[in-house]
Write a protein that binds this ligand. Structure first.
Ligand SMILES: Nc1ncnc2c1ncn2[C@@H]1O[C@H](COP(=O)(O)OP(=O)(O)O)[C@@H](O)[C@H]1O
Ligand SMILES: [Mg+2]
Length: 248
């Protein structure tokens, strides 16, 4: 199913809530705006976000071989468990079942030709993450963290998992780096300052970019129209544009 996909890039962190899904959605859209054909596999099976972030409703279509046809939203192909499981039911699966399900997602989505498939990873370093890494040939991983020590500590574990399994780390994106007040322009370092830069130096990986805290970034995800499209002139959207143009 992935034979016509040129590059597969994991967006991961080790920790939840740091902005993996927000980064995946916006980076994918910014990459599509660069003229590339792009897909997103939402592999966060316990908390899939791409349904809401891309405004997807209903079940995906199946082809004649019962393979899932990814939804096409804002120019990007998206496959997410949000469309395959009831929104009000917990996906209460033990490790082996969760891992099998992720393998099904890898094996039964008909992606067709793609320049880049982004995989929005679930938090943690367990069964599901291992299954994805071993179930497809990842080209590289991009790690997302916030400046806080509690996020950086989990990110170190996440980076180690990819390194152990010989997946190259493209670099680190620091999300929620700072908040710039729209009244006085003062920059506030709400989650601390300089954490990702230091981690990147220590581990010898590039710091790819720093995304500010912006209501636009949050609102875009809530409304199904991520900030890269809804507010292309916002600082966050511009950083995603630079990232997409610069290294993908
Ligand atoms: N740069 C940002 N500015 C404002 N809100 C953000 C930013 N990045 C993420 N968020 C918000 O933080 C929450 C967690 O982000 P999410 O992308 O879901 O993280 P993860 O996928 O790592 O769990 C979401 O409510 C999202 O809208
Ligand atoms: Mg997420």
């Amino acid at each position: 199913m992935l034979s016509q996909v040129k590059k597969i890039i994991a967006i991961a962190s080790g920790k939840g809530g740091v902005g993996k899904s927000t980064v995946t959605a916006n980076l994918a859209l910014a990459t599509a705006l660069e003229g590339k054909s792009v897909g997103i596999l939402d592999a966060d099976i316990y908390g899939p976000s791409m349904g809401i972030m891309f405004g997807l409703e209903g079940s995906p279509e199946l082809d004649e071989n019962q393979h899932i046809i990814p939804s096409f939203s804002h120019g990007v192909k998206v496959a997410t468990l949000a469309q395959l499981s009831p929104a009000d039911k917990a996906n209460a699966w033990r490790g082996p079942r969760a891992a099998a399900l992720v393998n099904n997602l890898l094996n039964y989505v008909q992606w067709g030709e793609l320049d880049i498939l982004f995989i929005d990873f679930p938090p943690g370093t367990g069964d599901v993450q291992l299954s994805i890494i071993q179930g497809c040939k990842l080209s590289a991983a991009i790690m997302v963290c916030t400046p806080q020590n509690v996020a950086l500590a989990d990110c170190i574990k996440g980076i180690d998992l990819f390194r152990e399994l010989n997946v190259p780390i493209l670099g680190l994106i620091e999300n929620m780096s700072s908040f710039i007040c729209d009244k006085c322009e003062k920059e506030h370092f709400i989650f601390g300052k300089g954490g990702a830069k230091k981690l990147a130096q220590t581990l010898g990986i590039p710091l790819l970019g720093q995304i500010p805290i912006e209501a636009d970034l949050m609102e875009g995800g809530e409304k199904g129209l991520p900030a890269v499209l809804a507010n292309p002139n916002s600082l966050g959207a511009r950083v995603f544009g630079e990232l997409a143009a610069g290294f993908l």
